[in-house]
Design a protein around this ligand. Structure first.
Ligand SMILES: NC(=O)c1ccc[n+]([C@@H]2O[C@H](COP(=O)([O-])OP(=O)(O)OC[C@H]3O[C@@H](n4cnc5c(N)ncnc54)[C@H](O)[C@@H]3O)[C@@H](O)[C@H]2O)c1
Length: 270
């Protein structure tokens, strides 16, 4: 039997990158899927890829009205929800605090935390009762930035640290009916993570970095040398979203490719 057979799974921020790859994996594992994303062109692409069997919805997870519409559509189509996988996020462009104009800090903080933290609070609040009814699961996306420096600038890093803490608090608040866990990815080869509008970096994507240069950087700091794509994280999310997980709540799986145990004292091999 497939791991997500008889599971209704919602992926928020599933229009590209991590969420889309995880959604693909969940579909392969037999899940009935709903995917929400705020980018209309990505929602059209989802409909093309998955067809009518998957509920692909345009919506902004920071807007209660959009989440309410998503909830109604899920109830109408599936009548239940077994797992919420949160994958939306935006980046801060890796801009250091001292390079951030003082008069942009308020707006930068609000922009990043609005999506990266408040979006998860709103999503969990909107679907928690359905998950309590089904004895379901929540999986939120943090980052290795929450564990080690230089995975982003201060605003992004703080937002990912907040999600890491939120996982524990929500596990506590929603126990015993709902299991809440996190995944902290390091690199995602097919990401479209965008920068902040506040610093004029909305159009700058992580994927703009030339692949060879990114691969070289990745290999210089990671123990594992294959740059993962979003789908590679699928099994972790699928397991945490499934009823197979009877033993974990309040934890974050650090999927770091060995980044946090990188070389510190040893000389690089010549
Ligand atoms: N790219 C990486 O290397 C990396 C590493 C660690 C963690 N992450 C995290 O993984 C998650 C996914 O990022 P990604 O790299 O796949 O980027 P991505 O941009 O490809 O995917 C994020 C998706 O979220 C959507 N989104 C953004 N704001 C939204 C909103 N308000 N409502 C609904 N949808 C919204 C975007 O349209 C996009 O489709 C993020 O939380 C990111 O912080 C990424």
């Amino acid at each position: 039997m497939k791991m997500l057979q008889d599971h209704v799974v919602l992926v928020t921020g599933g229009g590209s990158g991590l969420g889309r790859g995880v959604a693909r994996y969940c579909a392969q594992q037999g899940a009935s899927l709903a995917i929400v994303d705020n980018a209309p062109e990505k929602v059209s692409a989802l409909r093309q890829e998955f067809g009518a069997g998957v509920l692909a919805l345009q919506g902004d997870v920071t807007r209660v009205a959009d989440l309410q519409a998503c909830r109604s559509a899920i109830q109408q189509r599936f009548g239940r929800l077994d797992a919420l996988i949160g994958a939306q996020g935006i980046f801060d462009g890796n801009v250091a605090l001292l390079d951030t104009p003082p008069d942009r800090i308020d707006a930068l903080f609000d922009e990043i935390f609005h999506v990266n933290v408040k979006g998860y609070l709103h999503s969990v609040r909107m679907f928690a009762d359905l998950l309590q009814q089904s004895g379901g699961a929540i999986v939120l996306t943090t980052s290795t930035a929450a564990y080690a420096a230089d995975g982003g600038g201060s605003a992004y890093t703080a937002s990912k640290g907040a999600i890491r803490s939120l996982v524990g608090q929500l596990a506590f608040e929603l126990a015993p009916r709902v299991r809440v866990n996190g995944v902290a990815p390091a690199a995602i080869g097919n990401s479209q993570l965008r920068g902040p509008e506040t610093l004029g970096l909305r159009e700058r994507k992580q994927s703009d970095i030339p692949r060879d240069a990114f691969l070289e950087l990745f290999r210089s700091v990671s123990l594992l040398q294959d740059l993962p794509v979003a789908e590679d994280y699928g099994p972790l999310y699928a397991f945490l979203a499934s009823r197979s997980n009877k033993v974990m709540t309040g934890q974050t799986l650090v999927a770091d490719q060995g980044l946090l145990n990188r070389r510190v004292l040893s000389a690089p091999a010549s």
